[in-house]
Unconditional design. Sequence first.
Length: 705
Amino acid sequence: MGNVKRRTFLKMMGAGAASTALPGSIKRALAIPANHRTGTIDDVEHIIILTQENRSFDHYFGNLRGVRGFADPRAVKLPSGQSVWHQPNGMSELLPFRPDVADFGMQFLPDPPHGWNDSHAAWNEGNYDQWVPNKGAVTMTYYTRDDIPFHYALADAFTVCDAYYCSVMGPTDPNRYHLWSGWTGNDGSGGGPVVSNAEAGYSWTTYPERLQSAGISWKVYQDTGNGLDANGYWGWTSDPYIGNYGDNSLLYFHQYQNAQPGEPLADLAKTGTDILAYGRDPLRLLDNFREDVRTGNLPKVSWICAPEAFCEHPNFPPDFGAWYISQFIDALTATPEVWSKTALFIHYDEGGGFFDHLVPPTPPQSDAQGASTVDVTSELFPGDSKFPSAPYGLGTRVPMMVVSPWSKGGWVNSQVFDHTSLIRFIETRFAKDHPELIETNITPWRRAVTGDLTTAFDFANSNAARVNLPSTEAYLPPDQVRHPSLVTVPPTNQAIPQQETGVRPARALPYALHANGTINTITGDFRIKFENTGRAAAVFHVRANNAAFTPRSYTVEPHRHLHGTWDVRAMGGTQYDLSVHGPNGFFRSFTGDAFGPHAPNLDVRMGDETLRHGVVMEIANHAAETARVRIVDQYTGQHVLEVIKPGETESRRWSLRHTFGWYDLVVTLDDVPGFEYHYAGHVETSEHSMSDPAMGGCLSVIDQA
């Protein structure tokens, strides 16, 4: 984690890392040792996927310490020149805001639009500047630790993934089809492609069918409501406190609809509790789950679908969901030998129309909008009379918490994931003995760009950290009726929210990315070379500070590279202004004058020194005049002046041990106003690290280290 004093490290961890007395079941969850038969993923015997509804990452966790939230120092800029937080709202703008109400976590927040059309309109071909016109003011609301303390404390106790995206820029069903089958019928067969909640009936292969064929046990835990058939609307009822809210999307497939009692697809996907028979007692929602855990019959793979009131879908409060989630942790930790072998994933099916500031990785739609070294077939929806052509995803970033004996310690994992990553985690665990479990529905592009979630775990060395999780007893609904939605009023005086200060431990990532730009002062072309020397594919998102240029997307596989070229003349002047964004805060920007007798012509190249925990910058001066190059280290404030004569090259190395591998370097020319190249990111060394100290407000602490 770098060479830093223990006292400094504790300062950087922040107040949110403090430990106090733990309530019963969570204390057991952190105290129960992990199964350590092999020290590998083979020790996982139960995989549980608890999918909640319709919340974006910033909406819940933008204020959480040590994640890429409101304090992101490298957020994208909109075509207006403002940061992404300044969303246009007619003649004004709207920034993220917390409604000025008491006990916000128990309020009934309105449900913003979250369909294919409005979501792609908000995305706006990557410009990302039409959220408020398409979603309404409620899209910019967010919670704090005081509002949803259980969610925050759960993230502090285990592992939060801050680069987990939903699969589709669209509603629940196509996202859940990715969760259960790897796609949404993208090739046009089996009733697809599906980009809405049409629920017309489909027939492509789902993942539980593959598990069944391989002899891997599985089950869906849910309440039957008025019935898990067409007459009972597949569990979707007008009573929000019973049923499954229609979230068991397997029931929209013909093979499940036609399955009869006694057949696996019926017995495992079309059964559940019946709390109507117990006066709608919510404590009975887990009867089947508790019994399976207690008797040793919990399957290898489980999916959980909550009733509407407990799934966190607006307008129902997140605290109702916190109570529901806590009941499953209670049930698991009551039987330590089961919990010790369990990986519980708690995530959200889509962003629900709520704003998140990270532009999701997407495949290029045409040569004019980028390139990809990996095939993007079946990742571009062709469009029809109701829905415009566009990439399926990735969609909005959503919360993901990995709750397990192997994920304890308050870690952040910043690898790019989506719902298909959960299928791939199951693949990684079981497919070596059952190759038929490799999901062929997952497209090559998606399989390359998203990980399998194994980096969220440490199977060899389980972390024994202790973090307080508050009780959820007060979150049980005080009544069982629907309530009107809260009227949200944006504040008069707006400001970007202040994220919690401090850092958190960060898992090692598979990225090693490079993007170096050069100007051709004769043709006026600016060229960027995108390189990947890491172990996972990555998407580079490129923006020109010129509304005439659509953002571009470059997907680069390991040990591959791509080039992109921008015609400065076509930008309507002599200036270029381009920025590049990648995973885990990777950032490059290039600003300067392409023409004129004194136009600078520097070739700046940034490289990693992984073994030495540093970066090297090499600067070649191809101009006819001496260049007075100034380099500022944004973490320390230190300035370096390099005087480089025509035709000469200078290089300089920076150690990153005190910043845990993070760097942020700005290159300017003393005699040339307007020239600025900016290089920032994190150097991966295959070792665990810490979250970005610049994002955590810890730069003064670093200086003292």
